[in-house]
Design a binder for this molecule. Sequence first.
Ligand code: SF4
Ligand code: SF4
Length: 147
Amino acid sequence: MNPLARLWLWLWWRCAGRRVVLTGGCRQCGQCCQQIQIQQGRSWLRSRRQFRTLVRRQPEYDRFVISGRDGSGCLLFCCRCLQPNGRCGDYANRPDICRQFPDRRLPQTGARLPASCGYQLQLARPFTAHLARSLSRPSPQPAKERS
Ligand code: SF4
Ligand code: SF4
C-alpha cells in the first residue's frame, strides 16, 4: 500500500472512532516469522542503512536478514531463529516486534495477518460509543391508558 493510501486509511479509522478487537490464539504456524516488515518510528524500513542503524541501537534485531522488498519498496526480512517446525529458536530473547504481534494497529497500516494465523483482528465500535448513543436518544413515552 502506498503512503497516501495508508494516510487515508489512518484518517478513516480516526474519524470512524473504531477500535480493533483481537480474538483467537496462536497456532504456531510460523508464518508471521517470514516476510517480516520492520517499523521504526512511524515508517517502515526501506534501506540497508536504516536497518544497520537499528541493529546498532538494538542488537537483538541482528537475527533478521533482508530477503527482498514488497510492492511499495519496504524491506522484507526473514529470521535466523525460525526453526523448521515453525517454532522460535530464541523465544525468551525475541525482540519487541515479536512480543507485540499481532499489533492492534496492523489494519491501520494496510497490513494483514497471514492467512494461516489463528488470530483475528476485527473492527468494532467501543462500548462507550454505543452507550453515549443510546443515552442521547429520547426515552420512549409511556403508553396512555384507555378510559
Ligand atoms: S525471533 Fe522468534 S518469534 Fe521473532 S521472528 Fe524470529 S523466530 Fe519469529
Ligand atoms: S501467524 Fe499467527 S498463528 Fe502463526 S505463528 Fe504467527 S501469531 Fe501464531
